[in-house]
Design a protein around this ligand. Structure first.
Ligand SMILES: [Zn+2]
Ligand SMILES: [Zn+2]
Length: 303
């Protein structure tokens, strides 16, 4: 299914400007940031704790395990799956935007969870005695979501213990068809006026988000290996944690990255969602032992 978001959405109401300074003072959830080229990745992710990401330049986010106050101006949001550490803050996000008089957010999520999340929101509306206006859109593998002329999001299947999805954000560019390369500007204009399609669409994968998944989720969506930035999970690292069991529970192990090291074409590979059974220094030492070159310096541990 192809979704089109019709008009550019107004994200901030003018009434907000007087309070925007005060908004920035609130620090309710940790945010880590890195800049990769023209993209910034912000967020936090620890297994069974909370996961949330935002790419401010693309004006979108992934997962709602918690919702930093600073993130509320962003919409749409893409939810990978309905485990609580990835979705618990959905009602909070919707309620905050209503309170701050912002447009209702658009939230994409696996279609299997759609009706239950609607019921939960109805329950909260009664408990909280406040409306929770939002546009919830159920999606499935193979869907394409047109965010704007320049941006498209594709949806892929991932492997977890419940229905789960990965997302790739693509930039679309129009490029003159090679057969017209020799023509002058005036000739191309005449062709265009006559109704001919003079350009081809070129898609560049900017950001891929795996969510929680066994390695098949990556392997079955090759563009994840091509995206400028890949946000992946590396829940388990210790050689003592058996890979087959980890895969059965829909997660990745450090060894899965080692096995696939030649496949990553990304400028940046973010590994996140580490299990809380590891201290940060243990995470670093497991990875430095297994991948001393850190994938030619492209691997970044989200600690
Ligand atoms: Zn998780
Ligand atoms: Zn999960």
């Amino acid at each position: 299914m192809v979704f089109r978001v019709s008009s550019p959405r107004r994200t901030l109401c003018t009434q907000l400007t007087s309070s925007s300074h005060r908004m920035r003072m609130i620090d309710n959830a940790p945010i880590k940031r890195i800049v990769q080229g023209r993209l910034t990745v912000e967020g936090y992710s620890r297994a069974a704790v909370q996961t949330y990401w935002r790419i401010p330049e693309l004006k979108l986010g992934f997962d709602l395990g918690a919702q930093p106050w600073d993130f509320m101006g962003t919409s749409p949001w893409f939810v990978s799956h309905t485990h609580l550490d990835h979705i618990a803050a959905l009602p909070v996000y919707v309620a905050r935007r209503r309170m701050m008089k912002m447009e209702p957010p658009v939230i994409y999520l696996p279609e299997q969870g759609l009706e239950l999340i609607r019921q939960i929101l109805r329950g909260y509306q009664r408990l909280d005695r406040g409306r929770l206006p939002c546009e919830l859109i159920g999606v499935r593998p193979g869907d394409e979501i047109e965010l704007s002329r320049e941006l498209v999001v594709t949806v892929s299947e991932t492997r977890h213990t419940i229905p789960s999805l990965g997302y790739v954000v693509w930039e679309r560019r129009r490029k003159l068809k090679p057969k017209y390369a020799e023509l002058s500007g005036a000739e191309i204009r005449d062709l265009r006026l006559s109704g001919a399609e003079v350009t081809d669409e070129r898609r560049i994968p900017l950001v891929a988000y795996l969510g929680d998944s066994a390695p098949q989720g990556l392997d079955e969506c090759p563009s994840m290996y091509e995206a400028t930035v890949l946000i992946a999970e590396m829940t388990f690292l210790s050689p003592q944690h058996r890979k087959d069991k980890i895969h059965k529970h829909g997660h990745m192990h450090l060894d899965d990255f080692v096995e696939r090291r030649e496949r990553f074409r990304n400028e940046r590979v973010i590994a996140a969602h580490f299990s809380t059974r590891y201290h940060n220094r243990q995470v670093r030492s497991f990875v430095e032992n297994a991948l001393p070159d850190m994938l030619d310096g492209r691997l970044y541990l989200w600690l």
